[in-house]
Design a protein around this ligand. Structure first.
Ligand code: MG
Length: 502
């Protein structure tokens, strides 16, 4: 089927190609900066990046293009792909128009300094030097919220930047349901001891080149298409798509506790699979990308946690682990699974397991909301962090680096981003439930052929649409409901308390 039929839509898609090409270059430069660029290259790269971003804005806001989009948006005979394209373009144009260039410049300038200060502050475990920067960033975020506009709460405007249509009340209702349930599960897992016991493999060193071969072979098992995708190494694993036929992931090698590298790889594979399974006809159009950050994270978490951290997956990859890594040879598949799925409250979000992870997000949401609403000052933040952490996770940081300074996000100016991680975990569990209903329990499907079946199912039911539908509409169409925290609670109870298939 030809997706863009209206003449005006054909013109828009054709004109958009130049804008898309700029985003292609920006992504490529970004990937290169994180992987192969020599460190000093950052000087030229940041200039090139700023220039390209300006060019993007100029092309998008060209009068001719904007008026085409406005004219098309008045038409009532658009098909879903055409309507989706207009929705995405209007959203982007409105955002660009509402945010004055001085404000964007001020935020970029502040955050690039703030990032450096944050890095040193974290290393030296000092909060004071970061205080004025965080204050300024919060002030600029509030100003941004005011320019963008909101109904109930300035935080809504910031949430909407990360996840179209997401509101503070949505997140509040998710955590009202989730936090007590997660604390309950954590308590039971802890008293039972099976998943919470320390595992020897946590501390065992591995050979990096052997681990690289493991990741390659796991990707092969997952049918990662090497003619359209790559894997490289970077300090912080990520996924980037330059188009629908060139998607790249990265992973990292800590040198010990091999599950970290393995599950980073599988996580990013999940992100990449989403991009790779979007209908190729949407390539180089505004909707040839994932529907939102939350739905994207849902794909990565599904593969990482629901598929990867499961007894059958441990069994499936045990032979290749034994032959490449050797260090796993003494452990049976069940022992490997217990290592993959260990659960323990910790201070650091990025190291958190799937039971405690969302409590880390609840903590950040709670504090962000108060900071943006002026109910908490930056000076009071470390104390508030410690108290909230104690009440949610039962642990309290003894220094700033393990507490208020652990995440990069605030120094980057990102407020309203953290909740999308929890949306991702919720969406992953919704996918598990839907697959169980439609084709069989995920755990029962895990085999070489079953993996293909799962991928095909996700492609036709979810991935192929790209950003055609707004995230809540997409969820409604696919699942019959939107972000449902009860699915996550149910999945975690089955897995960690009943120890049964989901
Ligand atoms: Mg992710």
């Amino acid at each position: 089927m030809e997706k863009f039929r209206n003449d005006i839509m054909k013109t828009i898609i054709e004109k958009y190609r130049r804008i898309w090409a700029v985003t292609h270059c920006i992504s490529l430069m970004g990937w290169d900066s994180e992987t192969y660029m020599p460190r000093e290259g950052i000087r030229e790269r940041s200039v090139a990046n700023a220039e390209m971003s300006t060019l993007y804005q100029e092309l998008l806001l060209k009068e001719e293009f904007v008026s085409l989009v406005e004219r098309a948006s008045g038409k009532d005979d658009l098909n879903p792909y055409e309507a989706g394209t207009i929705r995405v373009l209007k959203r982007e144009i409105t955002k660009m128009k509402k945010l004055p260039p001085e404000l964007v410049y001020e935020l970029e300038k502040t955050t690039s300094e703030a990032f450096q200060v944050w890095r040193v502050s974290r290393e030296e475990n000092k909060f004071d030097p970061f205080v004025p920067y965080l204050k300024k960033i919060i002030e600029l975020n509030r100003e941004m919220a005011n320019k963008l506009g909101y109904d109930d709460n300035p935080y809504d405007a910031l949430l909407d930047l990360s996840e179209e249509g997401l509101r503070t009340r949505d997140i509040k209702s998710i955590f009202d349901n989730l936090s007590p349930a997660l604390k309950g599960i954590l308590g039971r897992v802890d008293s039972e001891g099976y998943f919470s016991k320390r595992h020897e493999l946590d501390g065992i060193k591995y050979d990096e080149s052997a681990m690289k071969r493991v990741n390659d072979r796991v990707l092969e098992l997952l049918h990662y298409p090497r003619n359209r995708a790559r894997i490289d190494v970077s300090p912080h694993p990520f996924t980037v798509g330059f188009g629908l036929n060139d998607v790249r992931i990265t992973t990292r090698y800590e040198g010990y506790d091999f599950k970290r590298s393995l599950f980073s790889t599988i996580h990013e594979f999940g992100h990449a699979t989403y991009e790779l399974q979007i209908d190729n006809e949407l390539d180089m159009t505004p909707i040839g990308t994932g529907a939102s950050l939350g739905i994207h994270e849902g794909q990565s978490r599904f593969w990482e946690n629901v598929v990867g951290r499961s007894p059958p997956f441990a069994g499936l990859i045990k032979p290749l682990l034994d032959s490449e890594l050797k260090i796993t040879a003494n452990y049976g598949a069940e022992e490997l699974y217990r290592y993959f799925a260990s659960v323990r409250p910790s201070l650091i979000r990025t190291e958190a397991d799937e039971v405690t992870y969302n409590l880390h997000i609840a903590l950040r949401f709670n504090l962000e909301l108060k900071l943006i609403n002026g109910e908490l000052s930056v000076e009071e933040l470390p104390q508030a962090w410690a108290e909230t952490s104690e009440s949610l996770l039962g642990v309290k940081p003894r220094n700033y680096a393990d507490g208020v300074l652990q995440d990069v996000h605030w120094s980057h100016g990102s407020f309203g981003y953290f909740p999308t991680y929890t949306l991702g975990n919720v969406v992953a569990s919704m996918i598990a439930r839907k697959i169980a209903n439609d084709i069989g329990k995920v755990q029962d499907l895990i085999s070489e052929n079953g993996i293909v079946e799962i991928k095909n199912y996700l492609k036709s039911n979810l991935h192929s649409f790209g950003a055609t539908y707004a995230p809540k509409d997409l969820l409604q169409r696919v699942f019959g409901y939107t972000y449902n925290p009860s699915d996550l609670v149910h999945y975690l109870e089955k897995k960690y308390i009943e120890k049964s298939a989901y």
